[in-house]
Design a protein around this ligand. Structure first.
Ligand code: SF4
Length: 184
């Protein structure tokens, strides 16, 4: 199950419920969900203080226009030890580096590490590269969102199909569960 690092504890609760139910009524019936973490497990807000949160205004929106994203990235907090352009940095403590890990290809991430540690470039150059890669990733998402926005009936149709499938699958599961618990 794809989750952020801070959701792992909630997933653990589901695993515990599945384990207990399985032990009592039917071993292995409910598979224990496994956390699927990406290389960037936790993205902090652009202010560097907390995780991204809309209410704190430190987020980057997937459908946000490029100019607005750059306005936010340009002043975003980086490694506080890089006071001057010539100061070497530690990418691991920098949120921009973690965003690179989420959006940039591996060779670019390696380049960022080298350039940061050797003060080979300034943070603005680093952010410009990130900005390009964020845009590259978000451009098709924005285009798809536009297409969907133009066809609201499609959204209703897909949501309706999904709800019908979920009802069918959940109904069958509940019948089996009640049977195994002797409640049928
Ligand atoms: S060079 Fe990049 S990774 Fe290093 S501190 Fe600056 S923004 Fe962060």
């Amino acid at each position: 199950m794809p989750v952020g690092e801070d959701q792992v504890q909630h997933l653990e609760l589901s695993r515990e419920v599945a384990r207990r139910w399985n032990a009592r009524f039917g071993d292995g019936y409910f598979p224990e969900p496994q956390a699927k973490l990406t290389p960037s497990r936790r993205i902090m807000g652009l202010d560097g203080n907390a995780k991204m949160s809309k209410s704190m205004g430190n987020t980057v929106g997937l459908l946000e226009p490029p100019a607005s994203i750059w306005e936010k990235l340009r002043p975003a907090v980086t490694d506080p030890a890089r006071v001057r352009r010539t100061d070497p940095g530690t990418p691991e403590v920098c949120n921009i580096y973690h965003l690179h890990r989420a959006f940039s290809p591996p060779d670019t991430v390696a380049h960022v590490e080298t350039q940061c540690r050797t003060a080979g470039w300034g943070c603005i150059e680093c952010k410009k590269v990130l900005f390009e890669n964020v845009n590259q990733e978000l451009t098709p998402i924005r285009a798809r969102a536009e297409e969907i926005r133009a066809r609201p009936a499609l959204v209703d149709e897909v949501a309706g199909d999904g709800a019908a499938t979920a009802r069918r699958v959940a109904g069958a599961t509940m019948r089996e569960v009640k049977d195994m618990m002797g409640l049928a």
